[in-house]
Write a protein that binds this ligand. Structure first.
Ligand SMILES: NC(=O)C1=CN([C@@H]2O[C@H](COP(=O)(O)OP(=O)(O)OC[C@H]3O[C@@H](n4cnc5c(N)ncnc54)[C@H](O)[C@@H]3O)[C@@H](O)[C@H]2O)C=CC1
Ligand SMILES: CC(=O)C(=O)O
Ligand SMILES: [K+]
Ligand SMILES: [Mn+2]
Length: 353
């Protein structure tokens, strides 16, 4: 029996709705599989916890999480209770940073049973490798003065190590795909970091003569996501560019509610973390209508991470069967609740045995 110890942090808003849904799916998969067992330990760290304790997680929270094989997270943020930069840097981004989760993988593809808002989505199937440890997501900087002279300085950090690591990951990934890597740049407008990013990309590219490579400025790249997403395979992007690009990737699939992500630790020192691309969606929280697919597809990425690729593929196939059968939440044009979509996915998993 393979036992996987997972730390679960539902977080805020719809995180508390879609995470339990995905756990049900994982338990159902384990039952059908027979040789696999999950042990889930839940941690109630979120904005309400912050109001009670003055922090998003206990002082030894990271040490606690480090004992698990993976962290399964929903979403963080309730701006009515806690400013977003405090809540996110106190939990989500803290885990990404302290656990060396240097890569954030975010796939997007034409999804069976979901209508893309694009007139002609063709058969796009891409994955964004987002640098997840530095870049524009940085605490370096400061604010001084008030009033007319008030100013803020925000520094972006680009290291050769961090940039190269993300790029190499992208090239390695492309070997098993369509052998094509696109770098998201903006070296025409950002004077220091982006020309540097381009240089590192050229250096890395030279080691992969069999992989086609090109750089595209992020502004044009976003437009191509809409006009011809099928030209992309693997895209490597800085932290912020990758963040923005993957909400767009979600949107061209049909909804931010379906997009998954994996925050990967490469040095083996800490567990990886799995969370959907979307946030806590305060506008629909508590209504039972959140799309659970982003979180469930995220569970699929966690299965892949643990080498359960066959089971993972089965799961993705079943999710697409369910959307094709029209059992969908409102964001993708259906009328089903979170619970109904989840129950249908679980029901079809049971039929596998
Ligand atoms: N990784 C994380 O934990 C993230 C957290 N956030 C936080 O979440 C809060 C809300 O942020 P927003 O910018 O509104 O982004 P959001 O992703 O939470 O919501 C954007 C829009 O998409 C919809 N949506 C999102 N997920 C959905 C789902 N599963 N099913 C159906 N509809 C869905 C929402 O209802 C909303 O209209 C903020 O506190 C923000 O900081 C935002 C993005 C990522
Ligand atoms: C905060 C956020 O949207 C992200 O890092 O994905
Ligand atoms: K999330
Ligand atoms: Mn985001």
């Amino acid at each position: 029996m393979k036992k996987l110890e997972i730390a679960v942090v539902p977080g805020d808003g719809i995180g508390k709705e879609v995470v339990p849904a995905a756990l049900k799916v994982l338990d159902t998969l384990a039952e059908v599989h027979g040789g696999l067992q999950f042990s889930f330990t839940e941690f109630p760290w979120n904005c309400e916890y912050y109001l009670q304790h003055g922090a998003m997680m206990p002082a030894d929270g990271l040490q606690t999480l480090a004992n698990f094989q993976a962290v399964f997270l929903g979403a963080v943020g309730n701006p009515q209770l806690v400013p977003d930069h405090i809540s996110l840097w106190g939990l989500l981004i803290k885990i990404r940073r302290e656990f060396d989760l240097v890569i954030n993988l975010r796939p997007a593809k034409v999804f069976a049973g979901i209508t893309s808002p694009l007139a002609n989505p063709r058969d796009f199937d891409l994955i964004v490798v987002r640098e997840n440890s530095e870049g524009e997501y940085s605490e370096v900087g400061g604010r001084i003065f008030r009033g007319e002279d008030e100013l803020a300085i925000q520094n972006a950090i680009f290291t050769r190590k961090g940039s190269e690591r993300a790029m190499r990951y992208a090239f390695e990934l492309a070997k098993g795909r369509k052998k094509h890597v696109t770098s998201a740049t903006k070296s025409n407008g950002i004077f220091h970091s982006m020309p540097f990013w381009d240089e590192v990309f050229q250096d890395v590219q030279a080691d992969y003569p069999d992989i086609a490579a090109r750089s595209i400025h992020i502004d044009a790249l976003t437009a191509f996501f809409v006009t011809q997403p099928q030209i992309f395979d693997v895209i490597v992007a800085s932290n912020l560019f990758g963040d923005i690009l993957t909400d767009l990737g979600a949107a061209i699939m049909g909804s931010i509610g379906v997009a998954p992500s994996a925050n990967i630790n490469l040095n083996g020192k800490y567990p990886s973390m799995f969370e959907p691309v979307h946030g806590s969606a305060p506008d629909i929280a508590g209504k039972g209508i959140a799309n659970p697919i982003g979180q469930i597809w995220t569970a699929k990425m966690m299965l892949d991470h643990f080498g359960e690729n066959e089971l993972a593929e089965e799961l993705l196939r079943i999710i697409e069967e369910v959307t094709q059968a029209g059992i969908k939440t409102g964001d993708i044009g259906g009328k089903a609740t979170t619970g109904e979509v989840t129950a249908e996915i679980c029901q079809r998993i049971t039929q596998l045995s």
